[in-house]
Design a protein around this ligand. Structure first.
Ligand code: NAD
Length: 236
């Protein structure tokens, strides 16, 4: 199989690629645009692998996405590229809307146009896997009432609203064009190569430096955590 992965030098994204390359013989087309959030070090153990093909593309560039899709004719597309740091969404709103909403549009359009031309097994087995977040369901009220697939959408932050929008767009491409899609909406991940600006590394680094620890809201918010490599095993 050839799997096209967007944002492949990010935190979850690179773990997915490491997992595929270490445990399968499949090829990965890694679409990255080298933003501050990418960390090529996270790919250092596998970047010489013949299974790994690095392509520099901004996902909102419709022509570049289409050219990449046509060139590599992938059997599946895993869409992970996103602006993901909630704290940056207030000041960097345009980038969030552009990548998380326009970027899903261009990422869906490339396979939509060309999947239609696939024939045989390739057409029936192709799928577009959108990696979303449980933040589309809003805030957890307690530990007895965790989110499920039937929980209502109640995004309350700019990031989660943009991800909820992207989930709706994915479902509408499936309903309208029959594009085979899967959406997974996982909870917060922690694990190797986590960017220092994210909660767990931020708290650890501040503790080591004896700096104040950030408390969000009134400190009573509950988050559900998932170990990164448990997540990637399920995703792949
Ligand atoms: N990290 C988590 O806890 C978590 C939880 C649930 C869902 N998710 C979802 O998983 C996906 C990956 O999250 P992450 O934590 O690895 O994020 P990340 O910020 O570490 O990585 C995102 C990647 O997308 C790339 N990117 C951003 N804008 C781009 C653009 N316009 N074109 C091409 N690439 C672009 C970045 O360079 C980076 O490589 C996201 O869609 C996120 O919403 C993450």
């Amino acid at each position: 199989m050839i799997i096209l992965i967007t944002g492949g030098d990010g935190f979850v994204d690179s773990a997915v690629i490491r997992h595929i390359i270490k445990s399968t013989t499949e090829s990965v087309i890694n679409v990255v645009c080298l933003t501050y959030a990418g960390n090529t070090e996270s790919l250092s153990l596998i970047d010489k692998s013949v299974q790994h093909h690095f392509v520099q593309v901004e996902i909102c560039d419709a022509k570049a996405m289409e050219d990449t899709f046509v060139k590599f004719q992938p059997d599946a597309l895993m869409h992970l590229a996103a602006k993901s740091h909630v704290d940056r969404s207030t000041d960097g709103l345009a980038a969030f809307m552009q990548t998380n909403i326009m970027g899903i549009f261009t990422s869906l359009e490339a396979p939509r146009k060309h999947w239609l031309k696939f024939t045989g097994d390739k057409k029936t087995t192709f799928h577009f896997h959108h990696i979303s977040t449980d933040e589309v369901y809003g805030d957890l009220e307690g530990t007895d009432n965790l989110f499920t697939e039937t929980t209502f959408y109640e995004p309350s932050l700019l990031y989660s609203a943009s991800k909820a929008t992207s989930e709706h767009l994915v479902r509408s491409w499936q309903r309208t064009y029959g594009l085979p899609t899967v959406v997974t909406s996982c909870s917060n991940n922690y694990g190797p190569y986590h960017l220092p600006e994210k909660l767990i590394p931020h708290v650890i680094l501040n503790t080591l430096d004896a700096k104040p620890l950030p408390i969000y809201g009134d400190g009573n918010q509950i988050r559900d955590w998932l170990y990164l490599e448990d997540h990637t095993r399920v995703l792949c």
